[in-house]
Design a protein around this ligand. Structure first.
Ligand SMILES: [Zn+2]
Length: 213
């Protein structure tokens, strides 16, 4: 906790000056983020840092494993749906990014069948939302023996699964048909801090280069 308190004071003393006007404006005008950014709770994934975004730019949803449930998943397992509806309808974001990452503990849990349902019922139930990803890895990627390669495949298939599920939301479908919303599947490689975006033409994740918009 001491670190957090020190951080609060350091921010106010050293950084706030740069943001004061922006915070003041945002408090008066409200937020108008351009992107809904769905990523993992993992402490190594900082959406604002890796995209160099400022307050008011991103509407960030962090959940365990950056899983996007389909619109039919209701109740306690789908607070992410609430954020999707709010960001797409009320805030009118132009882009939705689902960003998975390397060495994802949630994906590892999904593949290995941990955690224990008795000990962590919520986590177990949540990961089961992405059960189709596990099946896909077992069926389509059985040739991958290396743990990290299987995890990467799971993380990448999981963001594509999320993308598919986004299409089940009537609001999202409507905006896609109107051409006012774009969906993106990203993968963040922690060791090199590189972002790879899914390109549907070669059906591959390609490193995001400077000219990409
Ligand atoms: Zn993760």
């Amino acid at each position: 906790m001491r670190k957090l308190i020190q951080g609060i004071h350091k921010f106010r003393d050293k950084e706030l000056g740069k943001y004061q006007e922006l915070f003041h404006r945002l408090s008066k005008e409200g937020q108008n983020p351009h992107t809904l950014f769905i990523t993992c709770c993992d402490s190594r994934i900082l959406a604002e840092l890796i995209t160099q975004s400022r307050p008011g730019d991103l509407f960030v949803v962090k959940n365990v494993g950056n899983i996007v449930p389909s619109v039919n998943v209701r109740g306690s397992t789908n607070s992410t749906a609430a954020a999707i509806e709010f960001a797409v309808q009320t805030l009118g974001v132009k882009d939705v990014v689902i960003c998975g990452h390397s060495s994802c503990g949630a994906m590892e849990g999904l593949l290995l069948g941990v955690p224990d349902k008795e000990q962590m019922p919520h986590l177990a139930e949540w990961l089961e939302v992405a059960a189709p990803v596990r099946e896909l890895i077992e069926n389509k990627y059985s040739y991958l023996k290396d743990r990290e390669e299987r995890l990467t495949a799971a993380s990448q298939e999981n963001v594509l699964f999320g993308l598919e599920n986004l299409h089940t939301y009537p609001l999202v479908k409507e905006k896609l048909e109107q051409g006012t919303l774009r969906l993106h599947a990203w993968f963040f490689k922690i060791a090199t801090a590189e972002i790879f975006a899914y390109d549907p033409i070669p059906q591959q994740f390609q490193r995001v280069e400077k000219e990409l918009t």
